[in-house]
Ligand binder design. Structure first.
Ligand code: S3P
Length: 446
């Protein structure tokens, strides 16, 4: 059963205790989805260690099974996939339900779009609101057909893929790794070259994994911040072992919790330091955060490091729009850090936040209002006027959004009054161990 079937479960976070200890965040969600999909598309056995066992990823695992892969859990985070291979997927018998997961749904649309099979995609109330036309448009150019879709190309969508996808060159209208990945995954079964051009570089996990499994793929700079990525179709994949580094987007919560909770000192272990994912760390360091990056090393093809974070004063900063792709999921928790900083933080160019698991711009502003934090939305910018502390109190509406839920629980660990969220259920989509992990550091929920 997916998380959206559960009934809402409110949770309150209380201040009072310093956070101390070590924490290894769960495996990276983006890499976890992609690892399973690589396993599906590779004949032979793909072993994955450190897979995130959150609801979002488990839905992708189920979809891989429905498409013909044998997917088995061997132990905590340890999985084995025996794939069907590029060009030989099975047509799924029922609808593919991706629950809350945009990544799972969109990447799998790419996979199906490039195969001669038909599948229906569905999800929870949040996923049904999110834009899918941006994915369907290039897939149609490649030869796929949208047999049915809800208003504006939303889920549920029935997509008829093509077994002979046309090689295309496509400039993405929004900086989205999910869109880029969908096109590349469709291009895997194309007889020619597929090129994606992005104006702002987005996370590159798909490109790295495709190359690691044996595809010929190049990525070159394009313009000031962009990339041009070209993939040769119909590669011969060889199964490779995957080690999943710790997710910087989940690490963000204990990291900021330590920075804003008096007396805290927390060590975050093995966080992925991919430059396209560390915008929050860069921003927190600019804010004067006491974070020391230790033991940089390579794990599973990615640079990782341990981060020692201590409570201390923060100052407001101006966050440029160009940094958004490298910290797109971290704005809710950055807004919480900004509330505890002295002075104004302006986060620029956040239009994509309106189409995440919730309208995050509105949800963050409403949560800050509930906590008595001075904030404003100006165009696509979010402004938080921090005063070094937050009153807290009030109930925050999470709108089926895990990151809104965790962000305002973190706020409650340091605000004068407790913070309550209306529903903790969705936290299981990306950080199922959030509550015990945070409680282990000294956090009080109840
Ligand atoms: C993701 C890309 C981002 C991010 C999402 C995960 C991915 O979405 O917000 O949580 O794994 O590719 P967009 O590609 O829509 O920006």
């Amino acid at each position: 059963m997916t998380a959206h079937a559960a009934s809402p479960s409110p949770l309150t976070a209380h201040a009072g205790t310093a956070l101390r200890g070590r924490l290894r965040p769960p495996g990276d969600k983006s890499i976890s989805h992609r690892s399973l999909i690589m396993g599906l598309l590779t004949v032979g056995e793909t072993r994955i260690e450190g897979l995130l066992e959150g609801d979002d990823v488990l839905n992708t695992a189920r979809a891989c099974r429905d498409l013909g892969a044998k997917v088995e859990r061997l132990g905590q985070g340890s999985w084995r996939v025996e794939g069907a291979g590029i060009g030989t997927l099975l047509e799924p018998r029922g609808a593919l339900d991706f629950g809350n997961a945009g990544t799972g749904a969109r990447l799998m649309m790419g996979v199906i779009g490039g195969h001669g099979i038909t599948a229906t995609f569905d999800g929870d109330a949040s996923l049904r609101k999110r834009p899918m036309k941006r994915i369907l448009d290039p897939l149609v150019l490649m030869g796929a057909e949208v047999l049915s879709a809800a208003d504006g190309g939303r889920l549920p969508v029935t997509l008829k893929g093509t077994g002979d996808p046309a090689p295309i060159e496509y400039r993405t209208p929004v900086p989205s790794a999910q869109l880029k990945s969908a096109i590349l995954l469709a291009g895997l079964n194309s007889p020619g070259r597929t090129t994606v051009i992005e104006t702002e570089a987005s996370r590159d996990h798909t490109e790295k994994l495709l190359a690691y499994f044996g595809a010929t793929i190049t990525s070159t700079p394009d313009g000031a911040h962009g990339r041009r990525i070209t993939l040769e179709g119909r590669p011969k994949f060889s199964p490779r072992p995957i080690i999943t580094p710790a997710d910087p987007s989940s690490a963000a919560f204990p990291l900021v919790a330590a920075l804003i909770t008096p007396g805290s000192e927390v060590m975050i272990e093995g966080m992925m330091m991919n430059p396209l994912r560390v915008g929050l760390l860069d921003t927190l360091l600019e804010m004067g955060a006491d974070i020391v990056v230790l033991d940089r090393r390579i794990e599973g093809g990615e640079e990782v490091a341990d981060l020692r974070a201590r409570h201390g004063a923060l100052r407001g900063v101006d966050v440029p729009a160009a940094r958004a792709p490298a910290m797109i999921d971290e704005y809710p928790i950055l807004a919480v850090a900004a509330a505890f900083a002295e002075g104004e933080t302006r986060m620029r160019g956040l239009s994509e936040l309106r189409v995440k698991e919730s309208d995050r711009l509105a949800a963050v502003a409403a949560g800050l209002d509930a906590a008595g934090v001075d904030n404003a939305i100006e165009g696509d910018d979010l402004i938080v006027r921090g005063r070094g502390r937050a009153r807290g109190g009030g109930v925050v509406a999470t709108h089926l959004d895990h990151r809104i839920a965790m962000s305002f629980l973190v706020m409650g660990l340091a605000s004068e009054k407790p913070m309550t969220i209306d529903d903790e259920t969705m936290i299981a989509t990306s950080f199922p161990t959030f509550k015990p992990a945070m409680t282990g550091l000294g956090a009080t929920f109840g």
